[in-house]
Structures are given as C-alpha cells and as structure tokens.
Design a protein around this ligand. Structure first.
Ligand code: SAJ
Length: 483
C-alpha cells in the first residue's frame, strides 16, 4: 500500500513527543500541563504573546504558578511537577514551533459586532500566523478555539499555508478539537469529557485522535470532520441558549397570565417516561458569560457562509431570536423594578436601587457579559441612583462594587437580585426593610431566590420573573416600622 505523502511524513515522525500549545489561558494552561504530564510526551511549549495584558503569565508559569484566578483543583501541583521536571515551559518565542510534532491553538474568538455577525479574529489570526511561520512538515495543527464553522478549512488553513509555504493535508495535518472545559473543573473536563476531533481529512483526524488520547481518561475521542466538530461546539451552546430563552419566554407568558412559572415547570417536569424529554431550564435576569453569548452567532455566521439554508421565507433564525429574548431579560427586570417602584409610590428618577450580584453566574467572580451591566445602565438612564453588591466581584468598569450588604441596602427604595449567589438565598425581609429604612421597599427577584410570601407579609412590594401569581399582590402594612 503506498502511503500518501502526509501519512509518510507522520510515520517518519513516529509518536507525538513534542507539543506546542498556543494561548496560555483557561484552556491552554491545563491542556499544556496535562500533555506534559504524559510519560510518552517529552516536551511541551506554552506559547504566549508577550503583550502588556498577558505577557506576565510567561514568568509566572515558568515558576510553576497558575495565572488563573479561579480555584482549579490539582492545577498548581501539576504545573509545579511538569515545570520542575523540565517538561513544560512558557515562552513568547514561537520559533520552537519548528520542533513540535503537534501544535494546538486555544486563543479566544469574541465578537466585535455580534448583531452584524462580525467576529474579532485579531488575536486568533496573529497566533495561527505565527504557527504558520515556523511550521515544519509532518506537524499536526489543532484549532481548539470556538470558531465559526468553516474557519479551520478556511482562515486557519489559509494562514498556515501562507506562512509555511506548505499545503494542509499534504505537508502538515490540520484538525479542529473544540474545548468543553468549565471554570473550576478544567483538568477534570479535559480528561473526562468526550472530545470531538475533526480533521480536514482522515489522516489528520487520526493524528489528532492520537494526540488527545494522551490526556483522556474516561473521555472518548469522537472522530468527525473539522466542520462537523465546529458545528458541534457552537450548536451545543446554541441549544443551551435556546433552552434558556424558551424558559424566559414561558416565564414572560406566565407573568402576563398571572400564574407561577415554577408551578408550570414542576408540572412539565412531572412528564416522565421512555423517550420523553423536556429540558425546562430556568428563567432569569439574563444570559451572560463568554460561551452562550457568542456561540449562536458563530453557528449562524457559519451556516450562512456555506450558502443559503432552506428556511421559511422572512422568518428570523430561531437561534438569533433566542439571543434577543435572553438579551431582553435585563430590560424586563428593569420594567418589573419600575412597576414595583410605582406601586410603592416612588419616582424612578428619585429612587435608590440596590443591585444584588454583578457576576454573570452564581458563586463566581466571572463577570464577562454580565446582565447586571445593561440593567444598571437602564436604571441610570432613568435617573435612579444605583449601588451594587457582590461577594466575589471586587471591581468593574464605571461601577463601584461593595461586599458589605448593609452599606448597599442603606436607604434603598428597591432591592434587585440579579445573580443567584448563595449569599442571597436566605435574605431576611425584616432585616432588609430595616437597612432600607423604607416602609414599603421593593424587592425584585431576578433569579427566584427569595420567598415571595415572606417579603409581601413584611410590607415589601414584590416583583419576580415568572411570578405572575404574585406580581400584582396587595400591599401589606408592616406590623412595626422604624424609619
Ligand atoms: N442561565 C439561565 N438559566 C439557566 C441556566 C443558565 O438564565 O437555566 C444563565 C446563567 O445565569 C448565566 C448564563 O445563563 O448568566 C450562562 O450560564 P451557563 O450555566 O451556561 O454557564 P457558562 O456560560 O459558563 O456555560 C458553560 C458552557 N461550557 C462550555 O462552553 C465548555 C456550557 O456549554 C455548559 O453547559 C455550562 O458551562 C455548564 O453547564 O456549566
């Protein structure tokens, strides 16, 4: 059997022994450390551009320390082990790519303008171009970043071929293996979650599968084409965003029909049995983070890059409508707040609003694309004064955040729960009313964390997302009230 040129080059290299990982972020660092910890791999380079914002990571990593601010079980010890063993080092010198049998690229791919489906590939393209410049024949390149379907065979392939003067699928192997890691569980997820591995051809898929088998424990390689892997990654987050949007829309319907969304949710959940599935997620103040807020746009852009899908004429994409519903929720939270203040007889432009939670997700300091941002903007645009509390997030652009709840609650006309931090799951209405010094403070529950009846009984004006059964309750005179 005559081996194709690429197969011959890979056979000539033998098993993968030297690996490069581009992008020392929350995906690249654990990935590089795990490759370095494998007995069959002799050397791993962590490539990191020496930029003002992240160049500091190079020295930190070479001391065996992690620059990630989240608590990642086992990562610091693993880094120390592989650095001490001389198997891993971080560097800004991309010329070491020339000695790598495999190079993975884990650089973020945000959207410059999501509505216009315009991603910002600046950092990604810079990193891939540097790999191309030093690429040697027979090397495997794997794109791990979440990208628009078609980017691996398109932009990435073009930059690698242009930089190296070589041809993908002939002189070097090229694949996409999207990351599925979640902060706080990075090492576990790289080892234990199944890994979709998609080559631009069979030979590339096989070589990429060989690379990831070195770090997988219970996770399996799921081979497919590069484009199928790109669609899998963007679609798995698109479907989560869709499920959240469906819960949000149903919650808005329940509010207008004066019923409790959570009764309906429990009712639907009771539908069990063979082959019956209903994923009723939770409505809320909005969808933040850097996965769900962008991956639907990558999928949409990819689908349109490959021609015009056969869809009902004039119908908006279900996935884009879902994004609009989720991005509408901070606006709805503002409408509930305005309605509550009106019921309490307080003008919005004279109101002091206490925002509970800045992080985009409970019990985390991650505030990327947080729904609290637009909500605070709407309040300020309407003339209200805003104070923000968060037990995990200390700083945010043009917002002062306090971790001292009584300070934030002082003289608050409205108290709005935006993030479901555990700190807000046992709020006591009488204490909150004392801190607020208002006879009828407003409590707006954006995450279904408070007991509506207790707050109403304590004299609060209550409003809650999905709580159509409580949002027009009568005002109760508090038993005792000290101003
Ligand atoms: N949210 C809701 N209702 C829900 C669930 C979430 O409003 O029922 C909101 C959250 O408050 C948050 C946003 O959506 O603002 C995103 O929450 P998330 O739980 O999806 O957390 P992410 O953004 O960190 O998503 C990541 C993704 N993981 C990767 O991309 C590797 C996603 O695929 C995972 O499903 C998710 O973690 C997870 O399940 O933890």
């Amino acid at each position: 059997m005559t081996l194709g040129r690429l197969e011959g080059l890979l056979a000539g290299r033998g098993p993968i022994r030297t690996v490069g990982v581009v992008g020392m972020g929350y995906v690249g660092i654990p990935s590089a450390a795990l490759f370095a910890d494998h007995s069959g791999i002799g050397r791993v380079y962590g490539f990191q551009r020496d930029s003002a914002s992240s160049g500091y990571k190079i020295a930190l990593l070479n001391r065996g320390e992690s620059p990630l601010n989240a608590d990642e079980p086992g990562l610091e010890e693993l880094l120390r082990r592989v650095v001490t063993a001389g198997k891993f080092s971080a560097t800004a010198d991309f010329s070491h790519v020339a000695s790598c049998d495999a190079v993975t690229v884990a650089i973020q791919t945000p959207f410059a303008d999501a509505a216009a489906l315009e991603p910002d590939y600046t950092a990604f393209a810079e990193g891939v171009a540097k790999v191309g410049r030093y690429l040697s024949e027979g090397t495997l390149v794997v794109i791990e970043s979440t990208v628009t379907p078609g980017t691996t065979e398109g932009l990435a392939r073009h930059l690698l071929e242009e930089g190296s003067g070589m041809k993908a699928g002939v002189d070097f192997a090229l694949a996409h293996a999207p990351e599925r890691v979640m902060v706080g569980r990075l090492l576990a997820h790289i080892r234990e979650l199944d890994r979709c591995v998609g080559g631009i051809d069979e030979v590339s898929t096989r070589r990429a599968a060989e690379l990831y088998r070195t770090v997988l424990t219970t996770g399996r390689v799921i081979p497919m084409t590069a484009r199928a892997a790109e669609v899998t990654k963007t679609a798995e987050n698109t479907f989560r965003d869709l499920q959240i949007a469906a819960a949000n829309q149903l919650a808005l319907y329940c509010e207008s029909m004066r019923i409790n969304f959570y009764d309906v949710r429990a009712g639907i959940d009771s539908l069990k049995g063979e082959g019956i599935t209903r994923a009723i997620l939770r409505p809320g103040a909005g969808v933040g983070g850097h996965c769900l807020t962008k991956d639907s746009y990558h999928l949409e852009r990819g689908a349109r890059m490959w021609g015009t899908p056969d869809l009902p004429p004039g119908a908006d994409s279900l996935f884009i409508v879902a994004r609009r519903i989720n991005d509408f929720m901070p606006r709805h939270l503002f409408a509930l707040t305005a309605d509550g203040l009106a019921a309490a007889g307080v003008r919005m432009d004279e109101a002091r609003i206490a925002v509970l939670g800045w992080a985009f997700i409970q019990n985390s300091d991650d505030a990327r694309n947080t729904p609290a941002g637009p909500f605070v903007g709407y309040c300020r645009d309407a003339g209200a004064e805003v104070a923000v509390h968060d037990p995990f997030v200390a700083h945010a652009e043009d917002v002062r955040i306090s971790s001292h709840l009584p300070e934030v609650l002082h003289s608050a006309d409205a108290i709005v729960v935006v993030t479901a931090h555990d700190a807000y799951s046992h709020l006591d209405p009488d204490r909150l009313r004392e801190f607020s010094r208002r006879r009828h403070p407003v409590l707006v529950d954006g995450r279904n964390v408070v007991d509506a009846d207790r707050f109403i009984a304590s004299g609060f004006v209550y409003r809650g997302i999905g709580r159509g059964d409580k949002n027009s309750h009568d005002l109760v005179e508090p038993r005792h009230h000290r101003t």
